[in-house]
Ligand binder design. Sequence first.
Ligand SMILES: [Zn+2]
Length: 153
Amino acid sequence: MISEELFAEVASRGQSAFARISIREGLNFDGAIAEVEATLKRKITLNRVVDTIDWGRLTGYLVSMRSDHIFTRARDPQMYQEYAAFHEIGHLLDGRSSCSAAVRLRLAVVNWGYIESAGGNPDELLDELVAEYVAHLLASAVHLPQPVSELAW
Ligand SMILES: [Zn+2]
């Protein structure tokens, strides 16, 4: 079970990471990437990977926090690939860890009990939850017509 304290920390870090970029009405995916690039002062390259037979439930990853390459599974629907990229951008904006051990950690986001039973690092899970929080805010900013000020968990 995820505690209210953990959710509060996720929300605080997630909102801080999201606030680093400028969001405007009518923002699309490419515009969001451009805003992230301007904030991070790095060019982000999206790589659509075709050979993903060994990815399992992995949907995307960064090689490391120093990497400018985000990898997504080419056969996933475009909107899902964008969400996977937003998750990786969440890591970059949060500035903590990436999900290079993503198979285990993405499963952990889905099921808190999984990471506990697997002896996983709770700090890594927190980083994953923050990345998901930022991804949700970015996807909402791009796809929902509501004012950005109303975006929150
Ligand atoms: Zn992650």
